[in-house]
Design a protein around this ligand. Structure first.
Ligand SMILES: Nc1ncnc2c1ncn2[C@@H]1O[C@H](COP(=O)(O)OP(=O)(O)O)[C@@H](O)[C@H]1O
Ligand SMILES: [Mg+2]
Length: 411
């Protein structure tokens, strides 16, 4: 059984005789989709196998590999006929032949010692610790598939590449015939923005992405109950760009941020309906991209309390400065925001020198946070700022490159 729509990546993975098959690649080259198709084929053809798909955490799997697996499943009738059930709670496909495909994440190496399997797929492996991988690999009888975008070299490069039985397949969007021309153009357009990101995301070459803008962010499980909502931020998108909506809270002098919407194709009426659907009250302050007065007006007419961000000449950098003064706690479920933060960087020129402006892409959730910073966390007047600064707590010594504002300190 072969999927109707298979790309060259499917074939290379399906026919590989190696024990470890590394799929390094640019964004949207079809790595995850193809490996899932291969695993579904293997599952249909073999009885009583255990196939494990491991990711960094469950929200990542849900937004990525698991969602793709379900879309493959629902569009492939022959496959559906061979699947006995899909258990949504445990995230397990069970086949009539006794084979199962499970989606799992492991907190640490000890956790990864539980269970054995025949096939393993480590999805977005740069988010999975090496000791977790080694425990899983030790308990895998047949083959291991790995995929990732190579922002930086990591354990795959250090410990797997070049070893016997290990194959490396490098792919990029040009290998994916199922991607729209617009998406391809958008990926290629990175060349004008930032050559280093283009190498990684458009060509799948191992990068050395430095100059990340935010290193003061951390994953948290939930927003603390006593956190106060500062405002929501909204960035409008449509065809190629996602509409992004976040809630920004403060508690204990730290910011707590929750991603609510990240989706293309939303009209203003859709945005309103989506917000209501997510339980957002109309009474909260929303700060939106002031470049879209018409959208702001339309949402106002739909009953939302929405204002444009106070953008000025240097507002991008000043809002970044404001946000760098806080510890940013990002909820685990904010998968797209975490991805944006992990790649949000200063532009570099052709010679690799860092410029004083961020790469203007993958910021549809970061921009709305900046809007909130501009309108709600902004300095009110300069002299006040200096006097506050003179009394401000100083950053700790010893190589800490961020520091949180303690208590209610505000500049
Ligand atoms: N064989 C395929 N058939 C249909 N669509 C595909 C196929 N392969 C990839 N795609 C589409 O391309 C998108 C990007 O593929 P994906 O596997 O997520 O890329 P990567 O993991 O390399 O970033 C998928 O979301 C899907 O829409
Ligand atoms: Mg992928």
């Amino acid at each position: 059984m072969i999927p109707q729509q298979a790309s060259v990546l499917f074939k290379s993975n399906y026919t590989s005789n190696n024990q470890v098959i590394i799929n390094q690649g640019g964004t949207s080259s079809g790595k995850t989709f193809s490996i899932l198709q291969v695993l579904f084929c293997i599952a249909c053809q073999n009885e009583r196998l255990v196939i494990t798909i491991a990711g960094q955490d469950i929200p990542n799997l849900k937004a990525g590999a698991l969602r793709d697996a379900l879309s493959i499943y629902y569009s492939w009738p022959e496959l559906q006929a061979l699947v006995k059930s899909y258990n949504k709670t445990d995230r397990i496909f069970e086949f009539h032949n006794g084979t199962i495909i499970e989606f799992k994440s492991y907190d640490n190496a000890q956790d990864a010692k539980s269970g054995k399997r025949d096939y393993l797929f480590v999805n977005e492996a740069n988010g999975v610790a090496y000791d977790v991988y080694t425990e899983l690999a030790l308990r895998t009888r047949e083959k291991i598939f790995i995929d990732y975008n190579p922002n930086n070299a990591f354990w795959v490069h250090d410990s797997l590449m070049g070893r016997p039985g290990v194959q490396v397949i490098i792919s990029d969007h040009r290998h994916n015939p199922f991607l729209s021309a617009q998406t391809k153009e958008k990926i290629e357009a990175l060349k004008l923005e930032d050559e280093e990101q283009w190498r990684v995301y458009a060509r799948g070459l191992t990068g050395k992405i430095t100059g990340l803008i935010f290193n003061n962010w951390f994953v948290c499980e939930t927003i603390p109950e006593d956190a106060k909502l500062i405002a929501a931020g909204l960035d409008f998108g449509f065809t190629n760009d996602q509409t992004g909506f976040v809630l920004v809270y403060r508690q204990n002098g730290e910011l707590w941020i929750d991603e609510i919407i990240y989706e293309t194709g939303l009209t203003n009426t859709d945005i309103s309906a989506a917000l209501i659907d997510k339980g957002i009250r109309k009474s909260i302050d929303i700060i939106a991209d002031s470049a879209e007065p018409k959208s702001i007006e339309e949402l106002t007419r739909l009953g939302w309390k929405i204002t444009g961000a106070k953008k000025g000449a240097d507002s991008v950098n000043s809002s970044i400065d404001i946000l760098k003064r806080y510890r940013l706690n990002i909820t685990r479920r904010s998968v797209n925001l975490r991805n944006e933060l992990a790649r949000y960087k200063w532009r570099t020129d052709r010679g690799g020198r860092t410029l004083n402006e961020p790469v203007d892409s993958w910021n549809h959730l970061i921009d709305p946070i900046r809007y909130v910073a501009l309108n709600k966390l902004r300095t009110t007047n300069k002299s006040k700022r200096t006097s506050w600064l003179a009394k401000a707590p100083q950053p700790p010594k010893g190589g800490v490159d961020y520091w949180a504002v303690v208590g209610d300190w505000k500049y």
